[in-house]
Design a protein around this ligand. Structure first.
Ligand code: PAF
Length: 286
């Protein structure tokens, strides 16, 4: 179906809806989002339909993953636009709970994480982030009871954290990573791209370009650490304030140790007041 999704705002109504799907023997996917829907989210919904008969997209700007100084209040919100875009991509249900539905009075539980959540990447700069993400994602998995969950590789550390959590807590859902959707010039699609000025938008191209050069250099025999340092220098030279560029084990996000392990190059850098993240796969041939 591509059309008008049902809008559901509370867990009880959501469970009534999914109970009917279960009775009919239908498998369903969940696509967690914070709204500001763009082509990347729509691809998650489309991929969800490849893996299941029905798709629930969730739209909830999760206060627990924002620190006090971050952009919770100014995070872009457009309910009707989001519903239309999710429906056009094939979502059957848009679950849009109010903050009190997700975090009722007295809410006192947080998922506590180690492993990929403490890899020293996003967590170094956003220490509250993954506990907030994991807590809301665990709730969304339990609330929806979905069979599969679609997550973008754009937020690669998040994808690894959620994958690990599901395995560790035996949550009966299959987490599927979907390749990053990019603009024609390579910039990863992101809800935060709307904040970029025209000059910053041009500057932003350097992130994907420098990661791609670093991946080529590793394939050609440079050490992952050396290639990551060169990418960080080139981003600084392009005017970015670099939070990190790192080559990590693609599964654990630990620093690389062996010769032939699968690697991921990950970067976060500021173009003006906008923080951009990106990552790419690299298989070392050393
Ligand atoms: O990636 C996001 O948009 C959020 O971190 C998520 C997974 C919806 C949890 O709030």
């Amino acid at each position: 179906m591509t059309g008008n999704p049902a809008i559901i705002r509370n867990v009880e109504a959501l469970r009534r809806h999914t109970a009917d799907w279960r009775k009919a023997g239908l498998a369903y996917a969940v696509v967690p989002t914070m709204g500001a829907i763009h082509e990347g989210h729509q691809e998650l919904v489309r991929q969800g339909r490849q893996h299941a008969s029905r798709v629930i997209a969730t739209v909830f700007v999760n206060p627990k993953q924002f620190a006090a100084h971050e952009d919770l209040a100014k995070y872009p919100r457009d309910e009707p636009g989001d519903v239309a875009k999710l429906g056009a991509a094939g979502a059957d249900v848009v679950f849009m709970p109010a903050p009190e539905e997700v975090y009722p009075q007295g809410f006192s539980t947080t998922v506590s994480l180690t492993g990929p959540a403490k890899a020293g990447l996003e967590d170094r700069f956003r220490p509250h982030f993954f506990a907030g993400v994991a807590t809301v994602v665990a709730k969304l998995f339990l609330q929806t009871g979905a069979d599969v969950a679609m997550f973008g590789e754009k937020d690669y550390q998040q994808l690894m954290v959620v994958t690990r959590m599901v395995r560790d807590l035996d949550i009966p859902i299959r987490v599927i990573g979907v390749p990053t959707v990019r603009e024609a010039d390579g910039l990863a699609k992101s809800s935060r791209n709307v904040y970029l000025s025209a000059a910053e938008r041009r500057q932003a191209l350097a992130i994907y370009a420098s990661l791609s050069r670093a991946a080529d250099a590793i394939r050609a025999g440079q050490t992952p650490q050396g290639a990551a340092r060169a990418a960080a220098r080139s981003l600084t030279a392009s005017g970015f304030k670099v939070d990190y560029v790192a080559a990590r084990n693609a599964g654990t996000l630990a620093p690389p140790r062996g010769k032939d392990e699968p690697l991921r190059l990950l970067a976060a850098a500021w173009a003006g007041k906008t923080r951009l993240i990106d990552n790419i796969a690299v298989q070392s041939s050393r």
